[in-house]
Design a protein around this ligand. Structure first.
Ligand SMILES: Nc1ncnc2c1ncn2[C@@H]1O[C@H](COP(=O)(O)OP(=O)(O)OP(=O)(O)O)[C@@H](O)[C@H]1O
Length: 362
């Protein structure tokens, strides 16, 4: 079954003084009133598995008010292995370690992959393009260390090019050099992202059809380099990107930013041929978000050969009965899942019987 989180320890993290908890290998339900630390716990689990938090906090925000530092740690166990992951946080920095050895967040990411689904994600379809790009990239970062490096290298190249575009009299030779770097980094990122997206899209379509009793969904990647990118090799992508950068140079100089490239791409969802963002009902949009998350869980198992940790933060109360049932069926396929809720009434007796229930605010 692969690794799972066996124990979690939180010291001066967010609202916690000191809390330790054991998690079940399958479902753990964290139940308690509002503001009792359930989401904080999910955040700690995400940090210790994905190496980052969905709230994108500063280190200071993670340390309990009035405390000098925080420490979170988890014991991951399974298949005869034990891995201790820990993160020490001061108001100015985070330091990860694995089995007692200091390491980077990117070394921690993917030791045990995690997929988080929170109420914010329910509007993934409706929100701006950056949220959908981040969704694919955050997954890629955990799935493959190389993906994280490629993403950072490209982002840096774009930043440098943008800085130069803001100069009063930009050095055009230097701009040529940055164009080459951006084209190369962008082509590498785009090739990796398109590969990942295509697998994710196929699964999302299938899961969506299951949830929605057969409604056809198409997930498409909208590339600012044009629709011709599909099937191109990395070298061809680089050449195409270089051409587009040259063509966009006047415009980029005027707008003082790089207007084409994977940092501007988007993803679209078509239900029965119509854009879910503009035409989908709220229920359809939520089902797409749910399908996208479930697809990530399935894809983790394929890519790394292990099931991920699924974190469901208060989503049950936001879903209607049929979607709750779809989540429950999915969770019961043997995935370690941590679900937060204020109300155990959202769960079937079957699920609760097999689950570890951890109470908050008592
Ligand atoms: N650095 C910090 N120091 C002290 N308290 C903090 C810190 N960061 C967050 N908190 C507190 O943690 C509490 C929120 O906890 P959390 O978001 O985990 O609640 P929750 O149990 O998920 O609630 P809900 O059911 O409403 O989602 C808030 O009261 C917030 O003020």
């Amino acid at each position: 079954m692969g690794l799972f989180v066996q124990e979690l320890s939180l010291v001066d993290f967010r609202s916690f003084g000191h809390r330790e908890m054991a998690l079940g290998p399958l479902t753990t339900v964290l139940v308690g009133p509002n503001a009792t630390g359930k989401t904080n716990t999910v955040e700690a689990l995400q940090m210790l598995t994905a190496g980052s938090s969905f709230r994108r906090p500063t280190p200071r925000q993670l340390v309990r008010e009035g405390a000098p530092a925080a420490c979170i740690g988890a014991r991951l166990a399974g298949d005869g292995r034990v891995v201790d992951v820990r993160c020490d946080v001061t108001p100015t920095r985070r330091q990860f370690s694995r089995n007692g050895k200091k390491c980077q967040a990117s070394d921690v990411a993917g030791t045990l992959m995690s997929v988080l689904f929170s109420p914010d994600d329910l509007s993934l379809v409706k929100r701006g393009a950056s949220h959908r790009r981040d969704e694919v990239d955050d997954f890629g970062r955990q799935a493959n260390r190389g993906y994280a490096n490629v993403l950072v290298a490209y982002q840096r190249a774009v930043e440098q090019r943008n800085r130069l575009l803001k100069d009063e009299h930009p050095d055009l030779d230097l701009l040529d050099a940055w164009d080459s770097s951006v084209a190369l980094g962008g082509a590498t990122l785009l090739a990796a992202r398109l590969r990942l997206f295509s697998r994710l899209a196929q699964k999302t379509t299938r899961v969506y059809e299951e949830i929605s009793a057969g409604e056809p969904l198409v997930c498409a990647y909208l590339c600012t380099l044009g629709p011709a990118v599909k099937g191109l090799s990395k070298d061809e992508l680089r050449d195409l990107f270089a051409e587009r950068l040259a063509a966009a140079r006047e415009e980029d100089l005027r707008r003082e930013q790089t207007t084409v490239g994977p940092h501007r791409d988007d993803v679209t969802f078509l239900i029965d041929g119509r854009d879910a963002r503009a035409f989908g009902s709220q229920g359809q949009q939520r089902s797409v978000a749910l399908a996208l998350k479930m697809a990530q869980v399935e894809l983790c198992a394929e890519i790394v050969g292990e099931r991920p940790l699924l974190l469901l933060d208060d989503v049950m109360s936001e879903l209607d009965l049929s979607r709750r049932e779809a989540v429950t069926r999915f969770v019961q396929r043997g995935i370690q899942t941590v679900i937060t809720t204020t109300n155990l009434g959202y769960f079937s007796p079957d699920l609760l019987e097999a689950a570890e229930v951890v109470r908050f605010g008592e």
